[in-house]
Design a protein around this ligand. Structure first.
Ligand code: FES
Ligand code: FES
Length: 164
């Protein structure tokens, strides 16, 4: 069977619609970085192990290095660049800043997006649930303690703001 050289894709990234053609074997990570310029999608292992390339696809976290761009046809993607509202950081980004939850920052986009996914599914997680949700994201700087603290603080802040 002849594999087409280029396939049409249409997807929304960070609220903007993109339509174009892509090689069928191109990963979503390479597509986002190389074609659309979202270089906050970091590439570490490129084998689905480290979580650095995590993005949200229709609200759920996926590893874009093992996901094909063509599989994202018609989907809504959020990368780290899509979280802040202008100058205002997303509450989880702000919590990472406040709790010194990043060192070199390489794992940070993936960690933040995994935390966004967690708090959407489970707004008031226990520490164990946070650790479990982030366990697939590796931090080479080993800053896990402050990362868990930051996610916990972001959840607590949203709990306080929910109170009548
Ligand atoms: S770069 Fe995708 S999981 Fe490591
Ligand atoms: S802050 Fe450096 S890899 Fe996590």
């Amino acid at each position: 069977m002849k594999v087409p050289e280029l396939v049409k894709v249409s997807l929304e990234v960070n609220g903007h619609r993109f339509e174009g053609e892509v090689e069928p074997r191109k990963t979503l990570a390479d597509f986002l970085r190389e074609e659309l310029g979202f270089t906050g999608v970091n590439l570490g292992c490129e084998h689905g192990v480290c979580g650095a390339c995590s993005v949200l696809l229709d609200g759920a976290v996926v590893r874009s290095c093992i996901f094909l761009a063509v599989q994202a046809h018609d989907a809504k993607i959020t990368t780290i660049e899509g979280l802040a509202k202008g100058e205002k950081l997303h509450p989880i980004q702000q919590a990472f800043l406040d709790h010194h939850a990043l060192q070199c920052g390489f794992c940070t986009p993936g960690m933040v997006l995994a935390a966004v996914d967690l708090l959407q599914r489970c707004p008031h997680p226990t520490e164990m649930q946070i650790r479990e949700a982030l366990s697939g994201n590796l931090c080479m700087c080993t800053g896990y303690v402050n990362i868990v603290r930051a996610v916990s603080a972001a959840a607590e802040k949203s709990r306080i703001s929910e109170k009548p």
